[in-house]
Design a protein around this ligand. Structure first.
Ligand SMILES: [Fe+2]
Length: 246
């Protein structure tokens, strides 16, 4: 595993798994079950193809999940464990994300699919993505674009909405259908950007709150873009459904 680039906002690591581990990982992604989410997730552009996704696996730091939780807990005995081992073994995790829970879900992006600008909802300590397709090409699209300016959501305008018969102010929201406010905020404030090729066996950590997107996969791509992505959660996370005793 080698560090390709490291800043305060993200780190890019290559050759994350050994060759034989990557083969096992590929077998895992090829035999996993995928479905398309029946819900429209807001960062998906309505005109784009939808990605396919697996269920979620969680690195619980040894905590038991509730019996009714549909998620799988590490260790699973499957090749996804190899990735969790690498992630929590990195210096970056130990330095920036210690004692966080880690989620993992595999996404297949077929040609015509991508992910529009978003900030992962802001509640995560950070996020990561690992590229598991057997081969990629610089002309096939699917690049990860990252805004390096620390914008947060504070520059988004307040909105009025009607709730319980009253008009109230909603702060830091963006229009999820047309996203004009978001577009204007990005146009007016973004001065520094980076893009990352989805190179096989590459792992990217992103600091929480960064604006990013995935470019469309081109029709010429011979494979679906296959990435495992997840988040780092703290004990303060409001969604604690899976934690024992909570
Ligand atoms: Fe994201």
């Amino acid at each position: 595993m080698k560090v390709v680039k490291e800043t305060d906002l993200y780190i890019i690591l290559d050759d994350v798994l050994s060759e034989s581990e990557f083969e096992l990982f590929r077998e895992y992604t090829e035999t996993s079950e995928y479905a398309r989410n029946p819900k429209w997730i807001k960062p998906w552009d309505l005109a784009d193809q939808m990605p396919w996704q697996t269920g979620e696996t969680v690195y619980t730091r040894g905590k038991q999940m509730r019996p009714d939780d549909p998620r799988r807990a590490y260790p699973t005995g499957l090749a996804i464990d190899l990735l969790f081992d690498r992630i929590v073994g990195t210096k970056y995790y130990r330095k920036h994300l210690p004692d966080t829970y880690v989620t993992a879900r595999t996404y297949l992006h077929p040609p015509g699919s991508g992910l529009d600008w978003h900030d992962d909802g802001g509640r995560f300590q950070g996020a990561y993505t690992f590229y598991a397709h057997p081969r990629w090409h610089a002309s096939w699209g699917g690049e990860l674009l990252v805004v390096e300016n620390d914008l947060g959501r504070r520059l988004l305008p307040d909105k009025k909405r009607m709730q319980d018969g009253k008009t109230e102010t909603v702060k830091e929201s963006w229009s999820v259908l047309y996203k004009d406010d978001l577009s204007e905020m990005l146009f007016d404030n973004v001065t520094s950007t980076e893009f990352v090729f989805p190179k096989p066996n590459r792992l990217v950590f992103l600091k929480g709150g960064l604006w990013h997107k995935i470019c469309l996969v081109k029709p010429t791509a011979a494979f679906a873009r296959c990435a495992v992505a997840g988040f780092f959660l703290t004990d303060q996370d409001p969604v604690n459904f899976w934690r024992q005793g909570s």
